[in-house]
Design a protein around this ligand. Structure first.
Ligand code: C5P
Ligand code: MG
Length: 204
């Protein structure tokens, strides 16, 4: 007999859309638009990690900082725990349980573990963009973001990790027909027109 597995949330009650794409693809920007128009809660894995890194008394602060600076993927236990806690808190506050999870999963083990233990995703919104545009955007953002990884050295490492570690996650979801792909090399409003078509069609 197959083992009985239960997830923290029931996928009939909790909707998760993973939002993926290279660094600088516009995930956060478009999540802001979707959140405004489609009643979703936006959870950025990177933001949750940065908040935890800064939190006084966090035992993961130094570890997170060094992973982020090197563009490496923080061990999944940390990121999944932060996401799960943020989802629980949001539902306790009365939100409906509709989540855009931005920048996650970035590695195959995260994808498997999250869907096995937290909740299965509805689909993956994937932003594709040329590396040239990504680099331009990140360097521009680096002028004011204060992020320790918006510099040329970290950016190069992030690109490499995206190709080697994160892209296979997208391929795995693709094999299950769960990827909705959008070219985000265009201006923000044009990208959002394409995003809207997907969300309108998905009836979300
Ligand atoms: O998505 P964002 O660009 O904000 O992520 C910044 C960094 O946070 C990543 O380069 C990586 O070091 C870390 N991160 C991670 N696992 C995730 C998301 C982000 O380790 N799922
Ligand atoms: Mg982001």
């Amino acid at each position: 007999m197959a083992p009985i597995t239960t997830t923290t949330f029931d996928p009939k009650e909790v909707t998760v859309v993973f939002v993926l794409g290279g660094p600088g693809a516009g995930k956060g920007t478009q999540c802001g638009n979707i959140k405004r128009d489609y009643d979703f809660v936006h959870l950025s894995a990177g933001d949750l990690l940065r908040d935890e890194q800064k939190r006084e008394g966090s035992k993961y602060g130094e570890l997170i900082q060094s992973y982020i600076r090197d563009g490496l993927i923080v061990p999944m236990e940390v990121t999944i725990a932060l996401l799960e806690a943020a989802m629980k808190e949001s539902i306790e506050q009365g939100n409906k349980g509709r989540f855009l999870i931005d920048g996650f999963p970035r590695k195959m083990d995260q994808a498997i573990k999250f869907e096995e233990s937290v909740v299965e995703s509805k689909f993956v919104l994937y932003f594709t963009c040329s590396e040239e545009t990504l680099l331009d955007r990140l360097l521009k953002r680096g002028e004011s973001s204060g992020r320790i990884d918006d510099n040329i050295e970290s950016i190069k490492k992030r690109f490499q990790v995206f190709k080697e570690t994160s892209y296979p996650v997208i391929e795995a979801f693709e094999a299950k027909n769960k990827v909705r792909q959008i070219n985000s090399d265009k201006p923000i409003d044009d990208v959002y027109d394409d995003v809207k078509k997907i969300f309108d069609e998905a009836l979300l």
